[in-house]
Write a protein that binds this ligand. Sequence first.
Ligand SMILES: [Fe+2]
Length: 292
Amino acid sequence: MSIASLGYVGFEVSDAGAWKIFMEDFLGLMRGAEDNEQVSYRMDERAARVFLLHGNRDDVALVGLETPTAASFEALKASLAAKGVSFTQGDEDLKAKRHVADLIRLKDPAGLDVEIYYGPTELTNRPFNSPAGVSSFCTGEQGAGHVVLASEDIDAVRAFYVDALGFRLSDTIGMKLAPDFSITLEFYHCNPRHHTLALAGMPAPKRLHHFMVEMASLDDVGFALDRMAACGIRQRTTLGKHTNDQMVSFYAETPSGFEVEVGCAGVPVHDETWRVTHHEAASMWGHKPVGA
Ligand SMILES: [Fe+2]
């Protein structure tokens, strides 16, 4: 059994006030349930797609990986146990906080909390309404978006996501970061989203390089570009188009220092016809650093 999608992501953040502006006024996510530990944000009919956890790490704190049914959840648990991957059962309090029917917790080889669940709550009785007027976010079977994680021991991390959880390679990009330093970025899918997970084999101050949210149209991305300046948020790259998933996007700096990519028009991957390729650049055009 494999993971079906990235259902939600959690960030531990220190500046709740700045994040409120970032999430609501800039990205246009809808504030959901909150308590003294966390604030939930909605992107669609789901009760939560992003959790902001109060704390000082200012980095990704957890990823929530979805299985479609109770049977597939149990099958994945059995598969993990057979592979010797240990996990713990989530308690009733955690299930309620994450708005899911059942979940287990484990850590990836670099220490990130991974939650695997089924049965997310949908609030179709309280329709998603973007506070910034985003027409809609592309979620559904493609999940919440994608995360790009830096890992020193990429072999162990790759083995965890590919061998234990069933992620599949989409393609690779060779990146020359300095005259004498190159890395290969690896892009993995678990549904038609070109990549739900990308891995960079390098040390980095934060585990998360960026989280991507996909909006329904180029106009949505353009309006977000305008709101970024109005909200006083630092732009990290110009608008550009990626070579591999063909996403048209720009990058903004979150109040925690990592980045969010706001994009549209990513190309889907279909396993029956997909061919793994290599790219020698991350972008066809644009994505130039701003203020670096
Ligand atoms: Fe990205």
